[in-house]
Design a protein around this ligand. Structure first.
Ligand code: THU
Length: 133
């Protein structure tokens, strides 16, 4: 699956966003090392802090089915703007990112940016820190 296809999957995934509070719908689609694709949408809650972002929905679906190596993840919000992942999602992403992981920040099906995890989360705290102590 190429980036264009992953972007389309992320846009499709937005339709399942549960957003009665913000009405800001986000979709995500990721591809694992073995080529499996998982999608996710944001799921809000009356207790606002219990909300789960689209990216984490997709990542947790993958990891809970045994896929811990993610090669790329596309995220799309409102198609009038580029929606970057929140800080918590960036931290969750780096935990399962392959060496060559790419984050695809999507405005719409024709406009998206491809970035590395280092670009969006420089100086990250990771498992490497824990191995050294
Ligand atoms: N949201 C995501 O799903 N992903 C992000 O990276 C940014 C924020 C969601 C959470 C909430 O449902 C809505 O966008 C407004 O914050």
């Amino acid at each position: 699956m190429n980036y264009n296809d992953l972007v389309k999957k992320a846009i499709e995934a937005k339709k399942f966003a549960y957003t009665p509070y913000s009405n800001f719908k986000v979709g995500a689609a990721l591809i694992t090392e073995d080529g499996t694709v998982y999608t996710g949408a944001n799921i809000e809650n009356a207790s606002y802090g219990a909300t789960n972002c689209a990216e984490r929905t997709a990542i947790f679906k993958a990891v809970s089915e045994g896929h811990t190596k993610i090669k790329a993840l596309a995220v799309v919000g409102d198609e009038s703007q580029y929606t970057y992942p929140c800080g918590i999602c960036r931290q969750v992403m780096i935990e399962f990112a392959t060496e060559d992981f790419k984050i695809i920040i999507v405005k719409n099906k024709d406009e998206y940016m491809v970035k590395t995890i280092e670009e969006i989360l420089p100086g990250a705290f990771t498992i490497e820190n824990l191995k050294k102590h």
